[in-house]
Design a protein around this ligand. Structure first.
Ligand SMILES: NC(=O)c1ccc[n+]([C@@H]2O[C@H](COP(=O)([O-])OP(=O)(O)OC[C@H]3O[C@@H](n4cnc5c(N)ncnc54)[C@H](O)[C@@H]3O)[C@@H](O)[C@H]2O)c1
Length: 471
């Protein structure tokens, strides 16, 4: 649709309803909806329903019942008519039992290692693979061979070779693999995409995209926690930012042709350690608390006992300070951030050229007080600026501005779904796709996800070789 036609439609309702009636998939209809952009008013988009609305529940086995496995399983608690958890595999007995109890999983469908679960005959329609990054490839290949459809956590796998092998396997067995690029499903990004596709900003020329990680989130995940080491997990550009590369590729809707990256570990290194810092922030054996505990922003006491942030991996029955303190004596989360076995870049920048001379810059930074994403989109006739909760569209010719700020977190159905509603909307679409045997109901199929992963691998190649890489 050209701009004139788009402007003519200002103030009219979306076309989604008529598309749905004509048999076009719900996902496709949502993507093609025309948002209502009234001058100097709110941008209105239709909020997707969270319920997959299936006649018969899709049965699912959760492989990896940690943070992400738990998040996806909660969909079944909310919408039991659409999803049923019938199996679980996790090495950690606390997490395995928690899942088994919640979903009444029979003993014969409770497993430790994923190999045990996947050596049995197929016991569900689909599996959720939410094991650590370096343990996606093996269970995914096996699950596809057994005939499961797969909801696969990102990053797909730590190497390009393994990513491509999974793609091939999915085609070979004709199975659905949905990659958990959850941002694509968040109403904020869906609305942003609709505005871009409407032609309101003219031609898209460039994007500035910023991923502020937040200082204590970075310390938790990429210094002390699950992804401190780029070699044993994946480099941070994939572990954290494959979402962002995917969103850039999706919004721009053109292939990326080249990428150049810079980045390093600036702070969390032994040579930056304040003098006299101790092994742990508090309760050192024979040594009490670290002398810097009271002023260090990365203090474990500050993050876990005072802020009570990121306590999921502690496996606690309740957020009790006594229990948290006890865990900090042994878990990595109690260690000094200058003494961990980490190498992930704490600041990372990349510049990209896409087809037709469209450019994008990306920046990931640990040193921010807030998380989320900040994006500026420059078009030939307009501009968009957003912060993952609201975005503003500016029209150059009229000088009008319009705002999208639907309060996603206040919608009852959306509660408990992270990433601005994206976590559970992804599950909704995955269940619909499995139920209808139609991967077109998904936005993040394995085919499109591999492309943005390759951008990440090439960014690392560029950063390490000091060269711009052609893709
Ligand atoms: N889509 C997103 O936004 C998002 C966000 C965070 C994490 N992730 C990804 O999700 C995956 C899981 O992350 P998480 O935060 O849930 O981690 P987690 O550590 O909380 O959960 C992983 C679980 O896998 C289990 N496990 C490990 N080895 C196993 C094996 N051999 N067999 C069975 N279970 C095994 C662990 O015991 C653990 O409970 C990672 O790949 C991560 O990068 C994605």
């Amino acid at each position: 649709m050209d701009r004139l036609e788009f402007l003519k439609r200002l103030g009219v309702l979306t076309v989604g309803a008529s598309l749905m009636g004509s048999g076009v998939s719900a996902m496709a209809a949502e993507a093609e909806e025309i948002p209502e952009i009234a001058a100097d008013k709110k941008i209105k988009t239709k909020m997707p329903e969270m319920d997959a609305g299936l006649a018969k529940p899709v049965t699912v086995m959760i492989i990896g019942a940690g943070g992400r496995g738990l998040t996806y399983s909660r969909y079944a608690e909310k919408f039991p008519q659409s999803m049923k958890v019938v199996g679980v595999a996790d090495l950690n007995p606390y997490r395995r039992n928690r899942m088994a109890k919640k979903h009444n999983i029979p003993a014969e469908n409770q497993f430790g290692h994923f190999n045990e679960a996947l050596s049995k005959a197929k016991l569900a329609d689909a599996v959720v693979i939410a094991t650590p990054d370096n343990l996606h490839y093996e269970p995914c290949m096996k699950a596809l061979e057994l005939g499961y459809d797969v909801l696969l956590e990102k990053p797909v796998a730590p190497t390009e070779k393994e990513c491509r092998a999974i793609l091939k396997q999915a085609h070979k067995y004709n199975r659905i693999v949905a990659v958990c690029h959850v941002l694509r499903y968040a109403p904020y990004y869906v609305a942003l995409k609709q505005v871009l596709d409407s032609g309101a900003i003219g031609e898209l020329v460039s994007i500035q995209h910023f991923e502020p990680v937040r200082y204590y989130h970075f310390a938790h995940s990429y210094v002390r926690g699950n992804w401190p080491n780029s070699k044993t997990t994946t480099p941070v550009i994939l572990a954290k930012s494959c979402h962002d590369l995917d969103i850039l590729r999706w919004l721009i809707d053109k292939p990326c042709e080249s990428i150049a990256a810079e980045g390093s570990l600036y702070l969390f290194r032994k040579d930056k350690m304040p003098k006299g810092a101790t092994e742990r922030c508090i309760d050192n054996i024979g040594g009490g608390d670290c002398p810097h505990e009271k002023e260090c922003p990365y203090s474990a006491k500050h993050i876990y006992m005072e802020k009570k942030a990121f306590l999921g991996p502690f496996d606690l029955p309740r957020k009790d300070p006594v229990l948290i303190r006890e865990k900090l004596k042994t878990l990595n989360y109690g260690r000094c951030v200058y003494r961990c076995d980490n190498d992930q870049c704490d600041h990372y920048v990349a510049i990209m050229k896409f087809k037709d001379d469209v450019t994008a810059s990306f920046s990931m930074d640990a040193f921010t007080p807030y998380g989320g994403r900040r994006t500026r989109i420059m078009g030939t006739k307009g501009f968009i600026e957003g912060d993952m909760t609201t975005f503003t569209f500016y029209d150059f010719r009229t000088g009008h501005k319009s705002v999208w700020d639907q309060k996603v977190s206040e919608i009852e159905e959306y509660k408990g779904s992270g990433h601005g509603g994206g976590d559970h909307l992804l599950v909704r679409d995955f269940l619909r796709a499995v139920s209808a045997h139609d991967e077109k109901l998904l936005s993040s199929t394995i085919d499109v996800s591999i492309e943005s992963h390759v951008m990440g691998f090439m960014a690392e190649k560029s950063r390490k070789s000091n060269k711009k890489i052609k893709i």
